[in-house]
Design a protein around this ligand. Structure first.
Ligand SMILES: Cc1cc2nc3c(=O)[nH]c(=O)nc-3n(C[C@H](O)[C@H](O)[C@H](O)COP(=O)(O)O)c2cc1C
Length: 343
């Protein structure tokens, strides 16, 4: 079996059976909302509805990119898509490189659009592939495969460096991003994969033409830990584990990106575990949140389990807004946040 299939399978197995939580925190724990004893509004009128790239969504939430390519990946994608469709939120599929190289597994991604005809759906490829033979043609294939509304390109240099045959020449990646972004048919989101985008990254990606940035900060799934568990070589396991607390915590990454590119809309992700985290990330300046590792176990179980997990986030967000005295997600702002421990 080609290596890429084993890698996909091992990523799922490791994330489901090992503790792969970053040894750093998201930094969202350092904030709390001031409670309103007189919220001045009716909970039934508190609304989480917003839009993503002009499509209405019932909450500022996207299922983050996770899987595809294998029978198990197809099942998880089906569960995620059905749950996202039921809740009317967005979804991004896992990297589609496997289906570009082996078109016979395209159905493991296409199932997402079949299950969720109306929600915003993002295609996904690794930006490093743009210097290894992929270009606009492959991006358009990925978009067509799932009738995507947008394309997500992920940046994972440290993860690649911790893989036995990882791709580590990142010289021309920004130049290739700029070329491809200007030529693809849909808006492009650029994301990290759990170590965070810095303010400098954000400024460079704005110049490259990214429509939206996903900070994918540290504090949730750590791909240093994931690759450490997979690595066949004991010395490299040790090297990978040394990076278990690496990365810009999600809250810090939001702050840096917000400051560097105030006009570029942000998705916050990395360690988002409940709706209060979502409310805090939005108050810090993100427009949406995406969730990945925290959802995987439920998504492997059933549509109902995935839907229940995601719905709990929506309800927590709604109640946090009510208790903070706001009725619409656009009203969440940093003035509502206090330090978790007063100085
Ligand atoms: C099993 C698994 C597979 C992933 N595969 C992808 C992928 O194919 N493409 C991508 O952009 N990110 C991928 N990610 C990274 C996540 O989208 C996300 O950026 C990262 O896990 C941090 O978010 P979290 O703490 O909510 O998990 C994957 C994450 C997990 C847990």
């Amino acid at each position: 079996m080609p290596e890429i299939f084993n890698r996909k399978q091992e990523h799922l197995d490791i994330c489901l059976t090992q503790d792969v939580s970053s040894r750093t925190r998201t930094g969202l724990e350092d904030y709390r909302f001031g409670n309103r004893a007189l919220p001045g509004c009716d909970l039934s009128q508190v609304t989480c509805w917003t839009t993503f790239l002009d499509k209405p969504i019932a909450a500022p939430l996207l299922v983050g990119p996770m899987t595809g390519g294998t029978a198990r990946g197809r099942e998880i994608n089906r569960n995620l898509a059905a749950a996202a469709a039921a809740l009317k939120i967005g979804m991004i599929v896992g990297s589609q490189r496997i289906a570009i190289e082996y078109p016979e597994v395209a159905h493991t991604f296409a199932i997402v659009r079949e299950e969720a005809p109306d929600i915003p759906i993002g295609a996904n490829l690794g930006a490093i592939q743009l210097v290894n033979g992929f270009g606009v043609k492959e991006c358009q294939k990925a978009i067509r495969m799932i009738e995507a509304d947008f394309l997500v390109l992920h940046l994972n240099p440290l993860q690649e460096a911790l893989q036995p045959q990882g791709q580590t020449n990142w010289h021309q990646v920004l130049r290739r991003l700029t070329e491809v972004i200007s030529d693809v048919s849909v808006p492009v989101v650029v994301k990290e994969t759990g170590f965070g985008l810095s303010g400098q990254d954000a400024a460079e990606l704005r110049e490259a033409g990214a429509a939206i940035l996903d900070v994918a900060g540290a504090g949730g799934t750590s791909f240093a830990l994931v690759e450490g568990y997979r690595h066949p070589d004991a010395m490299w396991k040790k090297v990978a584990l040394a990076f278990s607390d690496w990365g810009l915590p999600t809250a810090e990454s939001i702050r840096q990106c917000r400051k560097a590119v105030p006009e570029v809309p942000l998705i916050a992700s990395g360690g988002i575990r409940n709706g209060i985290d979502v409310a805090k990330a939005l108050a810090l300046g993100a427009s949406w949140c995406s969730v990945t590792g925290g959802l995987l176990a439920a998504a492997s179980e059933s549509v109902d389990a995935a839907q229940e997990w995601l719905d709990s986030l929506v309800q927590e967000l709604r109640l946090a807004m009510f208790a903070a005295g706001v009725q619409a997600v656009s009203e969440l702002n940093s003035g509502l946040l206090l330090p978790a421990r007063p100085e």
